[in-house]
Design a protein around this ligand. Structure first.
Ligand SMILES: O=C(CO)[C@H](O)[C@H](O)COP(=O)(O)O
Length: 220
């Protein structure tokens, strides 16, 4: 299993002071920033778009920006996000008819490509792309909102992927924090951990980031 990657979701950050709040979690030990993009159509909520990624990039030239596109037309935004400075572009398998072609397009634009699945979508939907994508994201909540409860029922998807792809980056996203949720996800084989509320709302963010990392890295 690859090493832990701790990716705080800026959905839970202070949007009025975004670059500074995001930089704080990097300074406290986070590896990357997870940037949630919602279009109000694929999910029943709206968040931010490429201009905010561009601003973040200006303030933090070296931080890895892992962008999760919860949008109905992921193909439409590839160039905008590449130009804005995104490092990874993760789209939903449910939102595109030809994921392999979209992965190629994302790579051609100079970004890493991730493929995400909603809780109700079987893992078989992403298996054909697990050796083409740089990361598979198994959603552990229904996408659209931060602060929801982790769904352990999706862990068999993580286990299946980990058994088939020992070196794959497997991301989990939604409701993760110290305690039972990270134990469950790491035991199943997840190594890229998105955590919004549990990091940004914590009195001791550093302890949460290092605690999540320790649990994941204890599994291999
Ligand atoms: O993708 C998301 C919602 O669609 C968020 O990244 C996710 O919910 C993380 O937030 P939290 O850790 O607060 O649950």
């Amino acid at each position: 299993m690859p090493q832990a990657v701790i990716a705080p979701s800026i959905l839970a950050a202070d949007f009025g002071d975004l670059a500074a709040d995001a930089q704080k979690v990097i300074d406290l030990g986070a590896d990357t920033l997870h940037v949630d993009i919602m279009d109000g159509h694929f999910v029943p909520n709206m968040s931010i778009g490429a201009p905010v990624v561009k601003s973040l990039r200006k303030h933090m030239p070296k931080v890895f920006l892992d962008c999760h596109l919860m949008v109905s037309e992921p193909e439409k935004w590839v160039q905008d996000f590449a130009s804005a400075g995104a490092n990874m572009y993760t789209f939903h398998v449910e939102a595109h008819a030809n994921p392999a072609a979209l992965i190629e397009k994302i790579h051609a634009a100079g970004m890493k490509a991730g493929v995400a699945v909603k809780p109700g979508t079987p893992v078989e939907a992403v298996l054909p792309f697990a050796d083409k994508a740089d990361m598979i994201l198994i959603m552990t909540v229904e996408p659209g909102f931060g602060g929801q409860s982790f769904m352990p029922s999706v862990m068999p998807k993580v286990k299946t992927l980990r058994e088939k792809y020992p070196n794959l980056d497997i991301q989990v996203d939604g409701g993760l924090g110290l305690g039972e949720t990270i134990e469950t996800a790491a035991t199943a084989g997840a190594n890229v951990i998105v955590a919004g509320t549990s990091v940004f709302a914590a009195p001791d963010r550093k302890a949460v980031i290092s605690g999540l990392r320790q649990v994941v890295n204890s599994k291999y």
